[in-house]
Write a protein that binds this ligand. Sequence first.
Ligand SMILES: [Zn+2]
Length: 188
Amino acid sequence: MALRTIREMGDPVLEKKAKVIKEVTPRIRTLAEDMLETMYETGGVGLAAPQVGILKRIVVIDVTEEQNEPLTMINPEIIEQDGEQTGYEGCLSVPGKVGEVTRPNRVVVRYNDLDMNEWELEAEEFLARAVCHELDHLDGHLYVEKVNGELRDASELQAVEDEEAEAGAGEEAGEASDAAEEKEQTQE
Ligand SMILES: [Zn+2]
């Protein structure tokens, strides 16, 4: 396995549509392994192939704190979605920034594994957010296009949330601290 270089916003490869994978070659397997290693190494919870400069439809995701539930999805497609959630996201391709994005609260994603078996995964909340974020990469979209308001510096987010927690009471304060917790995990 090897670490891959992460492409950053402004690199044209991040704006292109990735191609469907018809066959899992040894090269694709290596890519999947390298993507997982790169994601774990950089503290991300998801990574899409265009982020390492490869225009193929493959993403890796692991939203667990223990980093022990890697998901590798080939040709993933959202076939159902409902509800709504709003929260902060970051992206390994947009270092140091975060922004508030509204996403479906629940999605069902159909994908192939590395043996080209077909699976359907029902994802809610944070995992649903990660799936939506990564699949956007495959179509050349970054979360920054969907941000409510402005992008913020990740380091400023904590201060903003502290203020919001003070201003709000009860439930709202709880929400703000949930968001703060999530902040650590939303580099995708
Ligand atoms: Zn991303």
